[in-house]
Design a binder for this molecule. Structure first.
Ligand SMILES: NC(=O)c1ccc[n+]([C@@H]2O[C@H](COP(=O)([O-])OP(=O)(O)OC[C@H]3O[C@@H](n4cnc5c(N)ncnc54)[C@H](O)[C@@H]3O)[C@@H](O)[C@H]2O)c1
Length: 324
C-alpha cells in the first residue's frame, strides 16, 4: 500500500509515517515545513521507503500528481496552534479550507480514500460530561477569532460529507482530542511541551486561566494506531470518530505532575486568558473529554499509555539540547 501523508513532517504526521512503515506501506510526505520539521522524519527517511516532497496543499497540480501515485491519503496538513491562528486568520482559512478542498477534490476525482484530521475544537464551548460524535457544536461569535480553527475544520467535515453524498468520496473524519508526546513543539502554545520545557529549564510554568479547566491527554502512539486501524477498515468510511484519551486531569494537576516527575522547583504562575492572547478573543473551555465508545466498538480502541508514561517520555525527549 502506498500512502500520501499531507503534513507528514509535523508532530502527528511523522509518528503516523513510522506506524505506516511498520505496517509495510511506502509513503509520500507532502509538507511545506511551516510548523513541521524535516528532522522529525529522520528515521523514516533512512528506511528508503519514504519520499519527502516540500510543497503546499494549496498547489492543486502537485496534490493531484501525488494523489495519483498513492492508494490513500492521510490529510493532516493544517494551520494549527492558537497563536498562529490569531496572528494569521486569513492564512488559516486559506490553508484549512482551500487546501482541504484541493485534497478532497483530488481524492474524489482519482477514487482514493482520505482521512481528514479534524479536532475536538469543533464541539466549541458546548458543555457536556463527554462529547459524543453527535453532540452539537457551539461556536462563535465571529468577533472571537479563535473559532476560525474550529469553523474551518467543521466546514472540512461537511465538505467531505458532501463529496461523499454527491460524488461517492470514501472518507473518515477523525476528531483528535489533546494529542501529545515526543516531537510536539511548545512554539505554538501547546501546553504539555510548554510545561515540560519550562520545568526542565527551571523557568516559571505559566497556566492560562485558573488551572481548573479539564483536558484528557492521549499519547500520539495511541492516536496514530487508531488512525491507521480506521483507514484499513473500509466499513468505517463515511463517518466521524472521536480519537483521544478519556482520562481527565486539570491543567493545575498537569503542572503539578510535571513538577513532580522532573523534580523541578519551577514556580507556577497564572495569567488571565485575555492577557495571554492580547485580548484577541480567546476564552477558556472548562471541560473537554471525548466519548470514545464509538471508536472502541469499531476498532477495539483503548489508549495504552498513561499520562505519567507520556510525561516521562517527553521529559527524556526535551532533556536533549536543541529540541523544542
Ligand atoms: N496535536 C493535537 O493535539 C491536535 C488536536 C486536534 C487536531 N489536530 C490536527 O492534527 C493535524 C496535525 O497536527 P500536529 O499537532 O501534528 O501539528 P503540526 O504543526 O506538527 O503538523 C501540521 C503539519 O502540516 C504542515 N503544513 C501546514 N500548512 C501546510 C500547507 N499549506 N501545505 C503543506 N503542509 C502544511 C506543517 O508544516 C506541519 O508539518 C492537524 O490537522 C491538526 O489540526 C491536532
Amino acid at each position: 500500500m502506498k500512502s500520501l501523508i499531507t503534513g507528514g513532517a509535523g508532530f502527528i504526521g511523522s509518528h503516523l509515517c513510522e506506524e505506516l512503515l511498520r505496517r509495510g506501506d511506502t509513503i509520500v510526505v507532502l509538507d511545506d515545513l511551516s510548523t513541521g520539521r524535516l528532522e522529525n522524519l529522520h528515521a523514516a527517511l533512512a528506511t528508503g521507503q519514504v519520499r519527502f516532497v516540500e510543497g503546499d496543499i494549496i498547489d492543486e497540480a502537485l496534490l493531484r500528481e501525488l494523489t495519483a501515485e498513492c492508494d490513500r491519503i492521510f490529510h493532516l496538513a493544517a494551520a494549527v496552534g492558537v497563536k498562529l491562528i490569531l496572528e494569521r486568520p486569513l492564512h488559516t482559512m486559506n490553508v484549512n479550507m482551500t487546501g482541504t478542498h484541493n485534497v478532497l477534490e483530488a481524492a474524489c476525482d482519482l477514487g482514493k480514500p482520505v482521512l481528514l484530521a479534524s479536532t475536538s475544537e469543533v464541539y466549541g464551548h458546548q458543555v457536556a460530561q463527554s462529547f459524543r460524535e453527535e453532540t452539537p457544536s457551539l461556536l462563535g461569535p465571529v468577533s472571537e477569532m479563535r473559532w476560525i480553527y474550529a469553523v474551518t475544520k467543521l466546514a472540512d467535515e461537511y465538505l467531505a460529507a458532501a463529496y461523499a453524498q454527491e460524488r461517492g468520496l470514501s472518507y473518515i473524519a477523525a476528531r483528535f482530542f489533546n494529542t501529545t508526546g515526543p516531537r510536539q513543539t511548545g512554539r505554538y502554545g501547546m501546553v504539555v511541551p510548554r510545561f515540560v520545557q519550562a520545568a526542565l529549564a527551571g523557568d516559571p510554568i505559566t497556566i492560562y486561566g485558573d488551572g481548573r479547566q479539564v483536558r484528557c491527554f492521549c499519547h500520539v502512539a495511541d492516536v496514530i494506531r487508531a488512525v491507521a486501524d480506521l483507514m484499513s477498515k473500509p466499513e468505517t468510511y463515511g463517518d466521524v470518530y472521536n480519537i483521544g484519551s478519556d482520562q481527565p486531569i486539570t491543567i493545575q494537576g498537569l503542572a503539578e505532575r510535571v513538577l513532580e516527575l522532573t523534580g523541578s522547583s519551577s514556580p507556577i504562575e497564572y495569567v488571565a486568558y485575555t492577557e495571554a492572547y492580547d485580548g484577541l478573543g480567546v476564552h477558556d473551555i472548562r471541560y473537554r473529554a471525548p466519548d470514545i465508545s464509538k471508536l472502541s466498538r469499531t476498532i477495539g480502541f483503548r489508549p495504552k499509555h498513561t499520562l505519567d508514561e507520556i510525561l516521562t517520555q517527553m521529559i527524556e525527549y526535551y532533556s536533549t539540547p536543541g529540541r523544542g
